[in-house]
Write a protein that binds this ligand. Sequence first.
Ligand SMILES: Nc1ncnc2c1ncn2[C@@H]1O[C@H](COP(=O)(O)OP(=O)(O)OP(=O)(O)O)[C@@H](O)[C@H]1O
Length: 155
Amino acid sequence: MSAKKVIRSFKYAIEGVTFALKTQLNMRIHCLVAIIVTLLGFYLNLAIVEWAVLLFSMTLVITMELMNTAIEKTIDLITDEYHELAKIAKNVAAAAVLFSALNAVVVGFLIFHNKIGKLVSPFLGVGSIMEVVLVMLLGVGVVLLVVKLVINGGE
Ligand SMILES: Nc1ncnc2c1ncn2[C@@H]1O[C@H](COP(=O)(O)OP(=O)(O)OP(=O)(O)O)[C@@H](O)[C@H]1O
């Protein structure tokens, strides 16, 4: 492949990401969460293996969202009428996003749950109560995200 072709493929890929960011709310949510989690990771000084697992999980969610968008658009191109197969294809693609997001949440919990005390103590001087409150808030956030993904069918 010539250098020109490589640059052109990058350009197409960037166009794809830009489209997904502009049109898919879930894609914006995934990216925002990924940025926040990455900043948190720097602050909490994660180990290399923790970074590797975390980055893989976050990238997987974003990749699934991109594939979901591609499948949605392909179906819309094929038909704008109700079709059982169109429904199955879109729902299965949405399920892929949901599973990758659930995996990311579990990975995030495994990596961060021991470190939440360290995160809040410099600000509040409290560890355990805030830890419980933050885990509960995280849980509520996760449930809301899952409900939203289910209702929107991955958008
Ligand atoms: N052509 C179709 N035939 C049958 N069911 C469909 C069809 N298009 C969509 N659906 C159903 O509606 C759900 C949501 O569809 P879709 O993702 O296209 O909506 P949307 O979230 O508004 O899409 P977009 O992100 O393109 O705005 C799908 O998961 C599927 O269950």
